[in-house]
Every structure is written in structure tokens, then in C-alpha cells.
Design a protein around this ligand. Structure first.
Ligand SMILES: Nc1ncnc2c1ncn2[C@@H]1O[C@H](COP(=O)(O)OP(=O)(O)O)[C@@H](O)[C@H]1O
Ligand SMILES: [Mg+2]
Length: 140
């Protein structure tokens, strides 16, 4: 399913609405080039889950946990993961098959780790500066 996002406000609206549909144990994969708004969308989802902490990009930590919302939020950025062992070391599987919501930026880099049936949002740039196209699907 394709969704056209016209502005940062649209991204926020979409994230808030998605958050209201998420249940514990869901994994949301965010796929798209640098600057397409994966972290921006994560912030909106976090807000929708009631997370009050400031969301910072977990690039150097791989995962950051937030416990102030209506369920735990685990925010991954696997851009710099070069060896799958790094993911095993941080216990990624416990997060992916746990009771919180996982959001995984650059999930396409670790296809074998992602549970089947995970939601995938592929984000690409549109024509106007704030335009984005979301291609929504699910992993097999
Ligand atoms: N529609 C939009 N949705 C999200 N971010 C947008 C949008 N339009 C412009 N931006 C800008 O694009 C950038 C997205 O950055 P970020 O969320 O860090 O991207 P990523 O995590 O994909 O690298 C921000 O500077 C934001 O202000
Ligand atoms: Mg990011």
C-alpha cells in the first residue's frame, strides 16, 4: 500500500495514528535512505505510545529502550552493524520476540534477524522537499 506524505506534520500524524494500532510484540521496520525521516517517524510513534523521554538516534548504541509509554519501546538503528554477532551480543532476539514494540531503522540490512509478519515501511523521497512516499508491507 502506498501513502503520500506531504510534510513533516503528515509524518507526525501518521506516526501518532500508527502508534494507536500497535500492540506488544510488534516489530516495525523502517527502510529508506538517510534523511527520509525514519527517526522523525520513530519520534512520532514514540509520542503516540506516550513516551515522555527525549528520543535520540541509537546509531552508536544499536538499541535504546524507553519505558515511559503504554508499552516498552525498543528503538534500533542497525546502520553501523557490520557483524550479526553484534546483534546477538545485545540480545536482539529477546527484544524482537519480547513484549515491547521494536522499531528498526535500516532493517533491510539484517533481513535474517527480523521476525516474519513484521510491518515494513519503505520510505522514499518525493518530488517536493518535504514529500515522502511510504510503501507499507509485511515481511514473509
Ligand atoms: N515529511 C517529512 N517527514 C520527516 N522528515 C522530514 C520531512 N520533510 C522533511 N524532513 C526532514 O528530513 C530529515 C529527516 O531526518 P531523520 O528523521 O533523521 O531521517 P533518517 O532517520 O531517515 O536518516 C529531518 O531533517 C526533517 O526535518
Ligand atoms: Mg535515523
Amino acid at each position: 500500500m502506498l501513502i503520500k506524505i506531504n510534510s513533516e506534520e503528515d509524518t507526525t500524524r501518521y506516526g501518532l495514528s500508527l502508534a494507536s494500532q500497535l500492540s506488544p510484540g510488534e516489530v516495525v521496520c523502517l527502510v529508506g535512505d538517510l534523511g527520509t525521516g525514519k527517526t522523525a517517524l520513530t519520534k512520532a510513534i514514540a509520542e503516540g505510545l506516550g513516551v515522555t523521554e527525549h528520543i535520540v538516534s541509537p546509531t552508536f548504541n544499536i538499541v535504546k529502550e524507553y519505558h515511559s509509554g503504554r508499552m516498552p519501546l525498543y528503538h534500533f538503528d542497525v546502520y553501523r552493524v557490520s557483524d550479526p554477532d553484534e546483534l546477538f551480543e545485545i540480545g536482539a532476539e529477546e527484544y524482537f520476540y519480547g513484549e515491547g514494540v521494536c522499531i528498526v531503522e535500516w532493517a533491510d540490512l539484517i533481513p535474517d534477524m527480523i521476525p516474519s509478519g513484521s510491518r515494513v515501511i519503505e520510505i522514499s523521497y518525493g518530488e517536493a522537499p518535504q514529500e515522502r512516499i511510504y510503501d507499507i508491507g509485511w515481511t514473509e
